[in-house]
Design a protein around this ligand. Structure first.
Ligand SMILES: [Zn+2]
Length: 300
């Protein structure tokens, strides 16, 4: 690893870029709206444009990318993606960006990149065993073991969304099946539960805002979601034995107050000192982790 690195987070609404020093300090920023509806080529052009603006400040910088979807780590191509980026599945992100930028590009899933970022300079800085949970519209996780990302056998480890949990039996998950954690503890899950309780259609973010304003139905929905998440995370701590669990994403602040006491109560004594922490890098976590990824020596 040498020199500065550029990280680009290709999200469904915004493409976020950072330029970081070898120690992870963010010294440059660029961002653009993601033209998701205009298709994969337009999204790639935008990502390349964000990277180029940062390359103007550091010509020799390496480039890493974090993207929504399941990414094949060997090829940097998208295996599977939701419709937040229409036509994204099958896109060869690494090849396409290498062609546009004239240098190697490392690509990984956005939640994996966030885990790398938070374990580098964020809430879990310096720790080598970290479970990062991203609770936004959906729910995902990234796992750092022995200081390295554990991607699993097919690059798909951390699909926390589909953990079966009690109380979700009648709720449909984003995958189409019933009974999974994402159907409860995510922005989508909050919105669905609130609609079932009140008949009103609002977003997960609005459910959190209403709970803060004293709406009892919203508070109940949040409490149930937080409990389900807290219990599931305590179980995962027993499986994975991390030093810390970090919760990131747009729904994290809403879920943590209810999740934390349940998590603490459910932890077995062996893991009583494993904290449940809010993420620290905000909406730059993916980009910072992607920059770190790009700085690593190529594996092939
Ligand atoms: Zn599912």
């Amino acid at each position: 690893m040498s020199g500065t690195g550029i990280g680009v987070d290709i999200g469904g609404t915004t493409t976020v870029g950072v330029l970081v020093t070898p120690s992870g300090e963010v010294v440059g920023r660029a961002r653009a709206e993601t033209p998701a509806r205009r298709g994969a080529a337009a999204v790639l052009d935008t990502a390349a444009g964000v990277a180029r603006r940062l390359l103007d400040q550091a010509e020799q910088a390496t480039v890493g990318v974090g993207s929504a979807g399941t990414i094949d780590p060997a090829t940097g191509a998208v295996r599977y993606a939701t419709d937040s980026l229409p036509g994204w599945a099958g896109t060869r992100i690494a090849d396409e960006l290498e062609r546009r930028l004239g240098r190697p590009v490392r690509v990984d899933n956005d939640v994996n990149a966030a885990a790398i970022g938070e374990a580098w300079t964020g809430a879990a800085a310096g720790l080598t065993h970290v479970l990062l949970v991203a609770a936004g519209t959906g729910l995902g996780a990234g796992l750092i073991r022995d200081g390295r990302l554990d991607r699993g056998a097919r690059g798909a480890a951390g699909a926390l969304a589909h953990l079966p949990v009690p109380g979700a039996e009648r709720l449909r998950c984003g995958c189409g099946r019933y009974g999974h954690l994402e159907a409860v503890a995510s922005g989508t899950g909050l919105a669905t539960a609130y609609k079932l309780a009140t008949g009103e259609t609002v977003t997960g973010r609005q459910v959190a805002a209403r709970a803060a304003d004293g709406d009892p139905a919203a508070a109940e929905v949040l409490a149930r979601a937080g409990e389900a998440l807290g219990r599931a995370l305590a179980g995962l701590v027993a499986l994975l034995d991390p030093q810390a669990v970090v919760v990131a994403g747009g729904a994290a602040a809403a879920l943590l107050p209810a999740a934390t006491p349940v998590y603490v109560a459910e932890l077995l004594p062996a893991w009583a000192d494993v904290p449940l922490l809010p993420a620290q890098l905000g909406d730059e976590a993916v980009a910072v982790g992607a920059a770190r990824l790009g700085m690593e020596e190529p594996t092939q």
